[in-house]
Design a protein around this ligand. Structure first.
Ligand SMILES: *Cc1c(COP(=O)(O)O)cnc(C)c1O
Length: 820
């Protein structure tokens, strides 16, 4: 690894820890996640407190080969040969170590903060400056209290410039980040409403952000944004830009869109200068102006700056998981390549269990700042530590260093064109393929050749948001309360193994499906978590037991069927779940049946009761709270009786999503998280933020037509326009799950930023939108719902609930998964 190393004894001193050093070690890597460990022998694991206690992961990290730990408590660890450094706060210790490391180096550092655009500005400055300087920067958007120390830790002798972004969400966070970054040059990006909820006022938020620059020599910012805060700026010098005020250093006075570019003219040092930005959307333009200002402030000439900005390329931080040809899964990360993002992508690859075989297609890596032999040796080592069964290297550098690689099946090609010619001979089938390339290799061509062509209506699922939502609910639970994730009905329409892999990797305790077949699919996709089946059919008990699925027993009939089956198959102690009906009146044993049930369980050696549960009928509704309390009481009575009979403890659970939010006293041993996981919870008030919708449904315009005032539109001549206008026919209909009830203006979609109504009846595969007066082109993207245009609104339009909208979206609509 490129890092300067430290002895564990030196680290003990730097972070002022207690504890004995039993064996001397050299440390070059820091870990906070026991699942993401490379080079364990030189690693130091920080057991961070968080939503899950980092100490739970110490044993796992030890098993992975780590021998050095920073922990917040206790001598209870008895792991031979390992060093335990004891500190009051492991996160603070990691930050102190990072700050110490930072201070050893004399490199120039640019520090970036703001509400939006931090990562883009950081990546673009990297693109603009890496021709001249050896640069170290945060991987992806690692800008948090944990991400910044891990980023800063990468600084080595070789680096001439550091570009680090810092993100905060509430007060008193920036000082700790500032101590690690210590930027000489500060950059403030766009300030907007993001994270407002963490602060008393926008002013308080701004002042907190400005703390990053408290000892900077130069601050670069939008002049208008800090007009009222001039006295708060502590940097010695500033460089400002503005689109309104002439007194700014860089005054942008003219902006024109020229085909796909944005042409800017500005006044700078008394002269007129220009800049062509290869993007036209407002956010990109603002971020590019910020970069323009930074380049000028750093002394680059206007001409050179313009030349470089013109060549900026889009920054994509997300991985895309989609279906591929020949039953493959394709992870598309074809837009950038460096060691850190390769590691992140490989971790995502290793989360995937749906195919036995895992494949990496990798291009040469540019601008790593490392000599080639060092770089490719490290790449080969990294690939070697992951489960990669097939390796395809593309580029002359990889070809030249192929002797470093030792993968069971490996191929090298000199360029992308050669790979594409030979693609067939590589016989991709039943494998998960990670495609990771530097932009110039145009790996999007490889991705296009290997991914299944998507119908133009797609549902995008954001896996980061899924994880965020899981943690949102975990934070509401007392330690030790388990989480059962409800993945019935194709995970509420969001996918099967894709969602389950994520949940398994992030250690939920249980999954639940509605039918045996759903459970079988998860097992076939490599999911090993315990799986509960809510509605087990007697005809499929063989499949149930072969796949280690755990049935819910909700009636005497079902109990009888299953016990008879178990006797016939010589099965004993099979895990089952008992469902009690406390008022929902759907499935379950009623109160008066509990006694008989207990009699039947008392001597039953065929079953082992894993859990006892019930379901709340109206956990979200305050007007029914008295009823909910009754349900909870009945549940307590039932499980006490059952536990007393069984003589062992069982897992008890009653809360669904809104139960988790509204009934903390009823969490018991486990909660069943359903719709909240997918970002929807009517009982979370609008002021409580943190939940993120995970799905967006998008389609496109197939045709645009002029329509006269007298013309009619769609079947039964059901639509018309009030005056002459235009309609757009879009590629979604009721067969995709866009219900007929949305027709005749009831449903609304978003085209080019404008909300437009449907006209006429929805047809099977298509529907029409009134786009009169809008500049709409064939092929334009159309949004049916996303994180801003909420599914809750859609549900309201046709008098239903989000559950129904989500689960109705047909399988014909391809799901594409994103992970950052
Ligand atoms: C679907 C289901 C849940 C989850 O409900 P949400 O409201 O989506 O959280 C919980 N328990 C049972 C028995 C269910 O069928």
């Amino acid at each position: 690894m490129p890092n300067t190393t430290y002895t564990i004894a030196a680290i003990k001193q730097i972070i002022k820890a207690d504890g004995n050093i039993v064996h001397d070690y050299t440390i070059s890597a820091l870990f906070t996640d026991s699942r993401r460990i490379n080079n364990p022998a030189e690693g130091l694991f920080f057991a961070l407190r968080g939503r899950r206690n980092g100490h739970e992961f110490v044993a796992e990290a030890y098993a992975a080969g780590v021998r050095n730990f920073v922990v917040g408590h206790g001598p209870e660890f008895n792991l031979p040969g390992a060093n335990f450094l004891l500190v009051p706060d492991p996160l603070a210790a990691m930050q102190a170590l990072a700050a110490y490391h930072r201070n050893r180096f004399n490199l120039q550092v640019i520090g970036i903060t703001g509400s939006n655009g931090k990562t883009i500005v950081k990546e673009w400055l990297y693109q603009l400056l890496s021709a001249d300087k050896n640069i170290v920067r945060n991987p992806k958007s690692y800008n948090s209290q944990i991400g910044v120390p891990l980023s800063v830790w990468q600084i080595s002798e070789r680096n001439e410039l550091g570009i680090f972004e810092a993100g905060i969400s509430t007060v008193n966070e920036m000082d700790r980040l500032e101590a690690m970054i210590k930027p000489e040059i500060g950059v403030l990006t766009h300030m907007g409403p993001a994270h407002d909820e963490g602060f008393e006022s926008p002013k308080q938020k701004l002042l907190e952000k400005l703390k990053l620059f408290k000892s900077s020599k130069l601050l670069i910012h939008n002049y208008d944004q800090l007009l009222d805060f001039k006295n708060e700026i502590t940097a010695l010098e500033t460089f400002t830009w503005s689109r309104k005020l002439r007194e700014a250093d860089l005054y942008v006075f003219s902006e024109t869109v020229i085909s796909k570019n944005y042409y800017l003219r500005a006044r700078y040092q008394g002269k007129e200068i220009e800049c062509l930005i290869p993007f036209t959307d407002q956010a990109s333009v603002e971020n590019a102006i910020t970069c323009w200002a930074v380049m000028l402030a750093m002394g680059y000439s206007a001409v050179e700056t313009d030349k470089r900005i013109e060549r900026l390329t889009p920054v994509s931080m997300r991985l895309e998981l989609k279906n591929g040809v020949n039953n493959c899964s394709v992870i598309d990360d074809s837009y950038n390549s460096d060691l850190q993002s390769l590691e992140i992508a490989l971790n995502f690859l290793s989360q995937q269990n749906q195919h036995q075989k895992q494949t990496l297609i990798l291009s040469d890596i540019y601008q790593s700042g490392l000599p080639q032999d060092v770089l490719y040796k490290q790449v080969a080592e990294l690939v070697g530590t992951k489960k990669v069964d097939k390796f395809v290297g593309v580029g002359e550098a990889l070809q030249a260093h192929q002797h470093y690689f030792d993968v069971a099946e490996q191929y090298f090609f000199k360029d992308t064109a050669t790979l594409l010619q030979q693609l067939k001979s590589l016989a991709f089938k039943d494998e998960t393929i990670l495609i990771k390339g530097s932009r110039s290799f145009e790996f999007e061509l490889v991705s296009r050749a290997l991914a299944q062509k998507a119908h133009e209506t797609i549902m995008e699922i954001n896996l980061n948001s899924l994880l965020n939502n899981l943690n949102f609910y975990r934070a509401k639970l007392k330690p030790g309360v388990k989480v059962m994730a409800m993945v019935k009905a194709f995970s509420y329409g969001s996918g099967t193994f894709e969602v389950a892999n994520m949940l398994q990797y992030n250690k939920v305790d249980y999954l639940a499906v509605a039918y045996i077949d759903e459970g079988v699919s998860l097992r076939q996709a490599g999911i090993t978590l315990p799986i509960k089946v809510l509605n087990p059919e007697a005809s499929a008990f063989d499949k149930l037991t072969e796949n280690k699925l755990e049935p819910v027993i909700y009636s005497f009939g079902l109990l009888d069927d299953f016990v008879t089956y178990a006797i016939g198959k010589n099965i004993v102690n099979y895990p089952v779940h008992l469902k009690i009906d406390t008022g929902m009146h759907r499935l379950g044993f009623e109160g008066y049946e509990i006694e008989t049930l207990c009699d039947m369980l008392e001597t039953n050696r065929y079953l082992r009761v894993q859990s006892v549960f019930s379901h709340l009928a109206a956990s979200e509704a305050p007007e029914h709270d008295e009823f909910t309390k009754k349900q909870i009481k009945r549940f307590e009575k039932a499980f006490k009786q059952i536990e007393a009979t069984l003589g062992y403890e069982v897992i008890k659970h009653i809360c669904n999503t809104s139960g988790i939010s509204r009934w903390p006293q009823a969490h018991y041993d486990m909660v069943r998280l359903g719709i909240g996981l997918y970002g929807i919870d009517s009982s979370v008030s609008a002021s409580e933020t943190g939940l993120q919708p995970i799905a967006s449904l998008k389609t496109s315009v197939a045709q645009v037509k002029k329509i006269g005032a007298g013309d009619t539109i769609s079947y039964s001549r059901s639509g018309s326009l009030a005056k002459d206008g235009k309609i757009a026919t879009v590629r979604i209909g009721y067969a995709d799950g866009y219900l007929r009830a949305f027709g005749k203006g009831v449903g609304k979609m978003l085209v080019r930023g404008t909300v437009v109504p449907t006209v006429g009846n929805i047809t099977m595969d298509m529907c029409m939108l009134d786009v009169s007066g809008l500049d709409v082109q064939e092929g334009d993207e159309v949004i049916i719902f996303d994180a801003e245009h909420r599914i809750e609104e859609l549900a309201k339009q046709i008098g239903t609930i989000p559950y129904e909208i989500l689960t109705n979206i047909s399988q014909r609509v391809k799901r594409v998964y994103f992970y950052e």
